[in-house]
Design a protein around this ligand. Structure first.
Ligand code: G3I
Length: 307
């Protein structure tokens, strides 16, 4: 009867939320995760600064907490995120040569993706038990490649370097590229579609595209067009990966959910948290549960849209 069950009844794979030890320590939050969500995404614990803050020295305590919780509770996991220009330790940002950066990316991915390979809940479709978000946020608003240590040193080749490493480490995981402001069929969506078509022209490196959808009030009108355009790149999946909406209006949430239902390649929706009180945008009351973990009007609107 919760969000995830209704989403699955519509033929989708999950309704998920981010989580980590800070929110898994809150009983009321955990109760809602158990009743309503079928997938968890580590909010911070799988990022580069959390897992390899010093070169070659890996720390998995936070990510293990999330993964172990998901495994014991039968929840799917979306990895997040193997390569991102933000929350990136200084020692990576200061690498200046191609050979070193290539082997550093490969070693990071081999260790982080390798840690969780085969340890995860399998729901009859092993390929969906773990999706790895390889990249967050590699594009500018005009669709061009964002300046980062990765693009500055390696050009676009860092995309195939990273996807190749992830594919050989965990061949059954779905591999995603993920970005923000992919909220309508805008220049950034067009840039993403061109990038994915270019990268996937021979070998299919990229399985899916994630649109984060950190939306403003009344900002959901382009969601279906965005999902449709992203799917036109030929990927087998698209997903809404970090949904939150300023003021959480029932209309906006309904529009986003209906957009995913209307696009066959859209496999699931992840909200970026459960309760407003733990949101990175807590001042915007953007989520489906209030500060006391009670369902809001937007929650009821989502349930209705899924019914
Ligand atoms: O872990 C330290 C802690 O040791 C320290 O005491 C504390 C003091 O500020 O900071 C803690 O780190 C914070 C971290 O969250 C863990 O709580 C960082 O300051 C804070 O900046 C960080 O914010 C996260 C943000 O990504 C970082 O860019 C948010 O929780 C997280 O929701 C947000 O998520 C991102 C996605 O990963 C990518 N897309 C955008 C989205 C929103 O920014």
């Amino acid at each position: 009867t919760g969000l995830d069950a209704k989403m699955k009844a519509k033929g989708k794979k999950y309704f998920g939320s981010c989580a980590d030890s800070n929110t898994l320590n809150i009983a009321a939050n955990v109760a809602v995760l158990k009743s309503d969500f079928g997938q968890v995404t580590p909010e911070n614990s799988m990022k580069w600064d959390a897992t390899e803050n010093s070169r070659g020295s890996f720390t998995f305590s936070g990510a293990d907490t999330l993964v172990n919780w998901a495994v014991s509770n039968g929840k799917m996991i979306r990895g997040h995120t193997l390569v991102w220009h933000s929350q990136l330790p200084g020692w990576v940002s200061s690498i200046g040569d191609k050979a070193t950066l290539t082997s550093v990316i490969q070693n990071h991915i081999t260790n982080v993706a390798g840690r969780y390979k085969g340890k995860l809940y399998v729901d009859g479709d092993p390929g969906t038990s773990l999706t790895h978000c390889i990249f967050s946020e590699i594009l500018n608003e005009d669709g061009s490649l964002r300046s980062s240590v990765f693009s500055n040193v390696l050009g676009e080749s860092f995309v195939t370097i990273a996807f190749t490493a992830a594919r050989s480490t965990d061949p059954s995981a779905k591999l995603y590229i993920n970005d923000y402001n992919l909220d309508s069929n805008n220049a950034k969506v067009q840039g993403m579609v061109s990038l994915v078509k270019r990268i996937n022209a021979g070998t299919k490196y990229i399985d899916g595209i994630g649109t984060q959808m950190h939306l403003e009030a009344n900002g959901a009108g382009g969601a279906q067009a965005a999902l449709t355009a992203l799917a036109s790149s030929g990927v087998s999946e698209v997903a809404i990966t970090e949904l939150d909406i300023k003021s959480a209006s029932t209309n906006d949430y309904t529009t986003v959910v209906k957009a995913c239902l209307a696009v066959s390649q859209c496999v699931g929706i992840t909200t970026w948290g459960v309760s407003d009180v733990n949101s990175w945008r807590s001042g915007n009351t953007p989520l489906l549960f209030d500060n006391n973990y009670r369902p809001k009007a937007a929650y009821n609107a989502v349930i209705t849209a899924l019914s």
